[in-house]
Every structure is written in C-alpha cells, then in structure tokens.
Design a protein. Structure first.
Length: 136
C-alpha cells in the first residue's frame, strides 16, 4: 500500500522530482507504517487507561516496575508491557500486543501518563515516531 501513496505523491507536478520523504514533508503526510504505529499506540493507551475494554485470549501484562526502583531510569516509564511470545509461532510476532509493546515501552513517562485521549494524541504527534523505527 505504501507504493500507492508513493506513486500518488508523484502525481503532483511541483514536487514529483523530490525524494519520497521530502514529498511527504511538503504534503504534511507520514508513511503508512508511522500512521499504523500512531493508531496502535492510541489503541494501547485506550486499553491501558480503561477507555476500551478488550477480552484478551491471553491477558496483557502491564508490569508496574514502580517509581522507587532504579528501573525507571533505564526505561522511559514504569508501565511496561510484556510481549506474548509463543515458541515456534512466527505469526504471533505480528499480533497487536507484540507489534506495539516495544514502542509503547519506549514512550516518555509524560506521554503515557496523559489524562485523556486528545492530550495523548497531541503528545505523540510531537514525538518523531519515524525515528522509533530507526532506533530498533
């Protein structure tokens, strides 16, 4: 699907010779991968804060590592999510919780501790989510 967006941005004559990333910047767009990550993080926030109730086959473990320990200095916030890996099951890698946990665990504390959905969205929009992929 990314290739469709790539071709569509080339249809604009004033920017068709620019690199794809530059075309996206000019059009104030992000990659589809980044939009998916943003949507996943918003959904995770809704689940974490209880705005959405999800009946999980295997319960999601929000591991509160506490603010008194030394761990928050190693991680960005104290509510880390454990990945749900199943031995010999590559498909499980793409499940929602496994797809989003690495990125969720790297969010800054003030973002995770947002009080409502709109403030969370505003805070993640200020982050450079595309850099999250390159740092993995």
């Amino acid at each position: 699907i990314e290739s469709v967006q790539r071709r569509a941005t080339k249809l604009i004559p004033t920017i068709n010779r620019l690199e794809y990333t530059e075309r996206l910047k000019k059009l104030n767009l992000t990659t589809l991968e980044t939009r998916r990550l943003r949507g996943d993080l918003i959904q995770m926030f809704k689940i974490f804060k209880g705005f959405d109730e999800v009946n999980w086959f295997n319960n999601v473990v929000f591991k509160n590592i506490g603010s008194d320990s030394t761990a928050p200095q190693l991680r960005s916030h104290e509510f880390v999510v454990e990945r749900q890996l199943v031995k010999n099951c590559d498909q499980r890698h793409n499940f929602f919780i496994n797809r989003v946990s690495t990125f969720w665990n790297r969010l800054p504390r003030d973002v995770v501790n947002s009080t409502d959905i709109n403030s969370f969205k505003n805070k993640i929009d200020k982050l450079n989510l595309e850099s999250y992929y390159s740092e993995l």
